[in-house]
Design a protein. Sequence first.
Length: 138
Amino acid sequence: MDRGWWQAYHQEVESSFRGERASLAQMPPRMQVNRLHRIKHYNNSGAAAISLAAERGAQRILLLGYDCQRTNGQAHWHGDHPRGLGNAGSMDKWAGSFAELAENMRKRGVEVINCSRATALTVFPRSDLESELAKDAP
C-alpha cells in the first residue's frame, strides 16, 4: 500500500522526521521503517492509522482531515502525488472500508470522533476539535 511512497519520500523523511517510521510493506533495513504486522489497513492509509492507534492502546481517537471526498477539487490537503503514486483512486470503496473499521472500533470499545471540517465520512460521530479537546482539559 505504501512502498512507493516510502521510496519516493524517504530522503525527505530522513532529513526532517524524528518519529517512528512504519509501513505495512517490508522495507530495506537502511530505511529504518518498522513493518506493521498486526493491523488491518482497510485499503486506506487513514483507516490504517486509526487501526494502528487502537492496536497501540488508544481508547479515544479524534480525526482531522478525514474528508473522504475531493475538497476544493483536491484529493489531498497537498497537491497530487507524483506519477506512479496513488491519488485517492479507490475513493469509491472507502465508505465500505470505513464502515467495517467503525464496527470493529465499536466492538473494541474505541471511541472515534470525526472532527474534520469538511467530510463525507458519516460512520463516526461528528464534533469540533475545540469541544473534544476541552473534554480532556484539567
